[in-house]
Structure formats: C-alpha cells, structure tokens
Design a protein around this ligand. Structure first.
Ligand code: HEM
Length: 135
C-alpha cells in the first residue's frame, strides 16, 4: 500500500542557518566602551593638556614618572585597548556599509585587522617595556 504520509510543509529542507549574537554583542560593546572612553579619554585630555601646566610640562621625565605608577599604566592600557577595538569595530561597520564589492570589503577588513594587531601589539609592548633609564 502506498505511503500516504505527507511531509510537514513547514519542515525546512536545509537546517536553519546557525545564527550568532556577534552583532548584538558588538552593538552593546560600542555603548559600554563609549561610556568608559568618556571618562578615560576626557580624563586623559584634562590631565595631559589642561591641568597643572598642561602640555608644557610633558617631556620624557614626565612620562617616565607617570608610567612608574601601575595605576597610570593600567589607565593607558585600558584606554588603548578600548579605543582601538571601539574605533576598529566602528570602522568595520562603516566598511560593511559602504564597500560595494566583496573583494574590496575583504581587503579593507583585512587591512583594518592587521592595523589593530600592529597598534595593540606595539602599544602594549611600549607600556610594559618602557625603560626610564635608557642611555
Ligand atoms: C569619547 C567617548 C566615545 C563615545 C561616547 C563613543 C560612542 C560611540 C557609539 C555609541 C557608537 C555607535 C554608533 C552607532 O552604532 O550608530 C560609536 C561609533 C563609532 N566610534 Fe565612538 N565613541 C567614543 C570615542 C571614540 C573614539 C576615541 C574613537 C576612535 C578611536 C571612536 C570611533 C568610532 C567609530 C569609527 C564609530 C563608527 C561610526 C559609524 O558607525 O558611523 N569613538 N561611538
């Protein structure tokens, strides 16, 4: 006897595409890092450029004294990472919005990723290996 069972018409032929929440977390990260950057960047700007003699007192000795303190090392490290990832993630969105060809998008995103690795690498290295006694 013929099998009269019908397939469920709503059954997907292919398994549903696996979805990730990456863009949701990326959206949330922009808001949270933006809030932290208000304090970190505006604080940095005030301390380095306005308060207590401002930019005129900044020299090698001033930087050496500052980075002898783990608090300012941590401040600068967090500011570096948050600003870099925030800025790069913003640029990632801009590239996705405006690149018309897949190839253009791919190469721009690759250059952006390379610049992130380079800047975070060199910046982090400097903060941790800065030598105030170099001759
Ligand atoms: C000072 C505190 C900052 C706040 C409150 C802030 C906040 C934000 C927010 C909420 C967005 C998301 C906008 C959207 O999704 O439509 C955004 C995007 C962006 N931010 Fe920031 N940000 C700050 C600092 C920075 C810094 C220091 C950089 C660069 C290193 C930067 C670069 C960008 C870029 C490139 C975008 C993407 C712009 C776009 O989608 O058109 N921001 N920012």
């Amino acid at each position: 006897m013929a099998d009269l069972a019908l397939a469920n018409p709503r059954a997907p032929k292919r398994p549903a595409a696996r979805r990730s929440n990456f863009e949701l977390y990326s959206w949330l990260f922009m808001r949270i890092s933006g809030l932290a950057l208000v304090i970190l960047v505006l604080g940095h700007l005030l301390i380095m450029n306005v308060l207590d003699g401002g930019v005129h007192r900044i020299n090698f000795g001033f930087v050496a004294g500052r980075w002898a303190n783990p608090f300012w090392q941590a401040w600068d490290l967090i500011m570096l990472w948050l600003a870099e990832i925030h800025g790069a993630n913003g640029l990632r969105t801009v590239i996705n919005d405006y690149a018309r060809k897949d190839g253009t998008r791919f190469w721009l995103q690759l250059m952006l990723a390379a610049s992130v690795v380079l800047i975070l690498g060199v910046g982090t290295l400097v903060i941790f290996t800065f030598d105030p006694n170099m001759s």
